[in-house]
Ligand binder design. Sequence first.
Ligand code: 13P
Ligand code: SF4
Length: 331
Amino acid sequence: MEALLEEVQRVGYVNKPVADNIDLVAEIKRLKKEKNAVILAHYYVDGSIQDLADYIGDSLGLSQQAAATPADMIVFCGVHFMGETAKVLSPHKKVVIPDLNAGCSLADSAPADKFAAFKAQYPDHIVLSYINCSAEIKALSDIIVTSSNALKIVESLPQDQKIIFAPDANLGRYISKKTGRDMVLWDGACIVHIDISLEKLQKLRAEHPDAKFVAHPECQEHILMHADYIGSTTALLKYVVDSPEQTFIVGTEAGILHKMRQAAPHKNIIPAPASANNTCACSECPYMKMNTLEKLYNCMLYEQPEIIVPEDVRVKAEASVLRMLELSKNL
Ligand code: 13P
Ligand code: SF4
């Protein structure tokens, strides 16, 4: 066991070969029952993992599930901050993720020491942090928000309340514009959403003049200004399914197209084009794509890598996440 833990620390996941004759889907389902585990997955992970999950959702839905699950073990297929949030909310449960290397450019953009110094410059401001941040940043925050509740939470604050918004400057600018609130922004960004190419998008729209363009608020302002609808991943999915329109260009990570196409099989759903620098024609999050069936299987079998959050950090982070869950009850 010690050797396994050392290796997991070194490479970030259980690096054991999986025999060719193993039916990974059947084995993962068996382990789920045997260990009373729940698999929570974000829409951006590979479709094969989404199809195995007990719950697929956006960051708000996933944290609500993590807080309420009766399972003994939470297997989080997403990125590190999501597993951490689950542990913050369910400290007595074992929380595992397939690969510790699955980080997030937004979370990485805000190191705790630099953020604490930044915050100290604005002593009369409260800190609203997007859930895409580390547990340390959550511990330094007053309220956590996600893309599905940020507008409502900001609107619920007194007009004269001064606000720091971190770490996503694009989401912060979008909220600021929608609510008319001036906020101090931390300058972080999502590498995936800022890579959508306006030039290619305009070409694609010319090829599909009837298409509705839907976008996630992590996109840059010059992309969002062309959107017919802006929302969280769950909101984008709902819009595409419920809309009477037939063709959609989707400005977010391409993993969501799996659910959209399952839920609206007769609609034409096209990923928004990424810049020429991207390896694929669409927008893919390299961190989300670190979740593979093999790593998921090994993670459930060996119950590693496990997410551990120091208790002093956890308690403070929990307060800001619980404030969000409380404020989101009637959304
Ligand atoms: P939501 O699913 O909450 O919209 O967040 C998108 C995202 O970038 C998660 O990393
Ligand atoms: Fe982070 Fe962007 Fe990947 Fe979401 S899509 S996990 S915000 S890098």
